[in-house]
Structure formats: C-alpha cells, structure tokens
Design a protein around this ligand. Structure first.
Ligand SMILES: O=C(O)CCc1cccc(O)c1O
Ligand SMILES: [Fe+2]
Length: 320
C-alpha cells in the first residue's frame, strides 16, 4: 500500500560524452543520493513507466502502452543485460484490473526494455534485476502518439490497483523533460529507414553503433550551440515540475502533442511517463514532491531533472 515516486530524465549518453566536470559530478551525486533513498525505502515492487526509442517497439505493431509480463534488456547503449525481474502473477493481475476498468491495455511475454527502462533501474535501483519490476511502456517516440490524457487515465487506473495491494511500491517515471534527440520520424525518412522503424528489432552491433554515434554527435553540436536540434528549455521544464508538484492533472489532461513538441522537442513527448507516474501517485492519495536536481545538460541532450514524491499519509506516519 505505501507508494513512493521517483521521476528522472534518462540519457544513455552519460557514459560516452561529458559535460563540464562540476555539472556531471552534481548530476551523478543526485542519482546516488536518490539511489540511497530507494535502498532505504526497500521497495517490494517497482512499477516503471518508460518510453522506448525504436529498440523494443516498432511500427509492425505499435501499441500506445504495453505491460511487460516478462521482459529483458534490449541491449542498446550497453546498459544492462538479461531478464528483468518481473513478478509475473502480479503483472497479470494488473492487466486484468485494467481490463475490468475498460482499459484495453496491451501486454507482452517477451518485452524488450531499452535504456528508457534499464538506465533508471541501474541508476536508482542499483541494477536491472535488483528489485521485482513491472515495466509499463508508454509510446513517446512513434507518431501518432497516444494523447497525454490517456497517460493520465492509465496512471490513475494503475494507482487504483496499487491502492488495493499490500506491497511497498516504488513508482518510477523515466524520461523527457525538454530534449530533442535525432530520433527518425516516419514520413520524412527514406524507405530503408522506414523499414528500420517498422521492423528494426535486434540490429547488428554496427547498425547500433552508427545510430549511437549520430546521437552523440547531436550532443556535441548542441553543446557548441550548433546543429538542428531544439535548445533545451529550462522554463518549460520548471513549469512542468511545478505542475506535477501541484498535482495539476487538468493541465496534463489538456496537454497537446504540438505544445510539447514546440517547447520540449521530440524527446519532450516522453513526459507521458512522468504524467502516468504522477497520475498513479495521485490516485493513491495526496503527495508532496521534492525536486532533487535540475540542470539543462546540452552534452547529454537532456533537461536533466530528478523529482521524488511521498504520500502525505506516509509522511505523517514517519513523523509519529
Ligand atoms: O538512443 C536514442 O536514440 C536516444 C537516446 C537519448 C539521448 C538523450 C536523451 C534521451 O531521452 C534519449 O533517449
Ligand atoms: Fe529518451
């Protein structure tokens, strides 16, 4: 029944390209401090909302959401390998609880979890397999995207399910405040890239490397004030954090894809993961947030933020 939330940006570029040393040190320390909080909380299960980046989900069958009943690391950016520790019976119960609420949620017995999932598990939970985790994919990359209000509704329904459960739960939302990585967009790319977007699972190491170099190059250019990618937008990001802190779900129910793209860039669409996570938290009860970190880090193409939330009831108990 107790639920704690952590939402954080991800950026697999962390091990490959470096911002000024003091910026990097503070970001890493903030992740370490949060990981210590997570270890102290000692979750019995993690519910992880995260996007994919054409590593595990493709246009041959693109769901708006997907609950992993079994899942393994996709292997992109060399983060994590092998299976996630999914509590299969509990995940199946969740699917059925959502169905009972008329939410037609897709599920998978062979989900590939990319860095959207694996990086927060490594940074916040110590390793991919450390705690039982129910991975919930939210499409934030493949247009047409599910409306933000669907992420609110999904999150709330997951929260209602968790309210009925005895486990100590950590809810994680992974990804995007403002950032604009060079993820190819169907409709404006040549046929061979379209083919990749439709059926590009399990690429060769060479293909993976080519893609990653392109992302790293975009980071280099952004840090030099060059390139095509949208600048990071601290004002937009702080506004989002503020809305989450106020549990302003009305804003997210009405948030449009165009608005996100304009202010937050292509990667900004990943905000759906935070939206679902906070909607989940809100359905469990009143909460208070703590902003642990924010800094726009060009080299990492990330409005890098870390925010946690604890339920007011749990805080009162802790004080008593
Ligand atoms: O691998 C990719 O295609 C994109 C990697 C990537 C980079 C910066 C921020 C992100 O959120 C992200 O996902
Ligand atoms: Fe991402």
């Amino acid at each position: 029944m107790p639920v704690k939330l952590v939402c954080a940006s991800h950026t697999p570029m962390m091990e490959f390209i470096h911002p000024p040393a003091d910026v990097e040190a503070k970001a890493r320390q903030a992740f370490k401090d949060l990981a210590a909080d997570v270890a102290a909380y000692d979750p019995e299960v993690i519910v992880l909302f995260a996007p994919d980046h054409f590593n595990g989900f493709f246009y041959d069958l693109m769901p708006p959401f997907c609950i992993g009943l079994r899942a393994a690391c996709a292997g992109d950016w060399d983060i994590g390998h092998g299976p996630l520790n999914v509590p299969e019976a509990l995940a199946l119960d969740l699917v059925q609880a959502l169905q009972a609420e008329d939410l037609d949620v897709p599920y998978s017995y062979r989900m590939q979890a990319d860095h959207g999932f694996t990086q927060p598990l490594e940074l916040l939970a110590g390793s991919v397999g450390r705690y039982p985790v129910i991975p919930i994919f939210i499409n934030g990359a493949a247009r047409p995207l599910p409306p933000c209000r669907r992420a609110v509704q999904l999150g709330q329904a997951v929260g209602r399910f968790l309210s009925q459960r005895p486990e100590r739960v950590l809810v994680i939302g992974s990804g995007g405040l403002s950032h604009d990585p060079p993820t190819p967009q169907f409709g404006s790319v040549p046929p061979e890239i379209e083919e990749f977007l439709i059926a590009g699972r399990n690429p060769t190491p060479e293909a993976r490397n080519t893609r990653q170099q392109r992302v790293l190059n975009t980071g280099r250019l952004l840090a030099e004030g060059k390139g095509e990618s949208l600048r990071l937008n601290a004002e937009w990001d702080m506004g989002l954090i503020d809305s989450f802190s106020q549990a302003d779900m009305d804003r997210f129910m009405a948030m449009t894809n165009e608005e996100i793209l304009e202010h937050g860039g292509r990667g900004g669409q990943e905000i759906r993961a935070w939206i679902a996570a906070f909607a989940c938290m809100q359905a469990v009860g009143e909460y208070r947030t703590t902003t642990h970190y924010y800094h726009p880090i060009d080299e990492w193409i990330a409005g890098m933020a870390m925010v946690s939330a604890d339920s007011v009831a749990a805080r009162k108990e802790a004080q008593a």
